[in-house]
Design a protein around this ligand. Structure first.
Ligand code: X2X
Length: 336
């Protein structure tokens, strides 16, 4: 074969490969996105917004199909992160609490009474501590893209108004499947039981447990009042950010421009959802009161008693989370 012919052949092969990759990247693709809550809640709306923006900006080329109610992990929300890491799930908009068994650094957000207000949350997620958390997720095989918010978690029960730690004595409280929650509620003298969200409402309805803790949006939309939860205390003891994330192998198959498209859409959807859910908070408290739920707002002194009763949880968990990370978070809060 002459050099000229050899060159023509090579050029044809190169052109063929280029064409093939153009066809592949132009091909419609679909990815699964896992969430715990459906689009009746801000959480599910965050995922739907992400899907909507990605569809629009990719001209319909990329479809994110949202699977709510932890259905891709048969209701077991604490397995979501592992399922995403292994590729069983492509993407997720997930809670820091549910992923904390696999990413211990995420327990940062569950430290009781660490974050006094939304500014403190933003100072952490938007700064050095937030970057450290994202690095920790990445080191475990998942690519984090953006933050959302499940919200400040408030405590409810069927028995009595809670204004001081002693009121929790002996109360059976449903908590999420994270050992830190066990420690917090034990420190308060309660009797915590870990179970998934799928099992929580039936357990409240039958009276198998006396109480639960969740953001107002969840209490409101899931009609927790109808499960006999008559008392709600606004103690804002932790805020549960959401994280938009992608399986690492899926991420690597994406062309750079699609990676950027997905990331920017996640950032935009997250911002949109955080604003929306914060705006709705005040109205939700009124809605819940109007349904006959007794809502307790703690005074600073009352809140202080809860802070003191749970201090030892910080001592035990700081080394597990990483002293450096906890320090970065505290500094961010102080400087907010
Ligand atoms: O299970 C819960 O309480 C929920 C829905 O808030 C989470 O998934 C963290």
């Amino acid at each position: 074969m002459s050099n000229k012919r050899r060159f023509t052949r090579l050029a044809a092969t190169v052109a063929g490969i280029a064409l093939l990759s153009t066809v592949l990247s132009a091909q419609a693709r679909e990815y699964s996105v896992s969430t715990v809550l459906s689009d009746a809640f801000p959480w599910g709306q965050a995922a739907e917004k992400w899907a909507e923006l990605v569809k629009e900006r990719s001209g319909g080329r990329i479809t994110l199909r949202v699977y709510p109610n932890s259905q891709l992990v048969s209701g077991d929300q604490t397995r979501e992160f592992s399922a995403m890491r292994s590729g069983l799930i492509d993407m997720a908009v997930g809670s820091t609490i549910n992923w904390s068994p696999q990413v211990p650094e995420l327990n940062l957000f569950s430290l009781p009474f660490l974050m006094p207000d939304t500014k403190a949350v933003d100072a952490i997620t938007g700064g050095k501590a937030g970057e450290m958390v994202f690095k920790a997720i990445e080191s475990r095989g998942v690519v984090p893209l953006a933050w959302g918010e499940n919200g400040f978690r408030e405590i409810s029960n069927s028995r009595k108004p809670i204004t001081k730690p002693e009121d929790l004595a002996g109360l059976k409280i449903r908590v999420v499947g994270s050992p830190l929650f066990q420690d917090t509620f034990e420190a308060l003298g309660a009797n915590p039981t870990q179970m998934s969200w799928t099992d929580a409402k039936p357990a409240l309805t039958t009276g198998a447990v006396d109480g639960q803790e969740n953001p107002l949006s969840v209490f409101d939309v899931a009609r927790i009042d109808q499960a006999g939860q008559r008392y709600l205390t606004m103690w804002h003891y932790m805020n549960d950010p959401l994280i938009f994330a992608v399986n690492q192998r899926v991420w690597k198959t994406l062309p750079k421009e699609d990676q950027e498209l997905l990331r920017q859409a996640a950032i935009d959807a997250g911002k949109w959802e955080i604003e929306l859910s914060r705006q709705q908070e005040a109205e939700r408290a009124n809605t819940i009161k109007a349904r006959g739920v007794e809502v307790v707002e703690l005074t600073d002194a009352q809140r202080q008693a809860f802070i003191e009763a749970t201090r030892k949880v910080h001592q035990k968990w700081t080394p597990r989370i990483g002293a450096e990370l906890v320090k970065a978070a505290r500094e961010a809060i102080e400087q907010r």
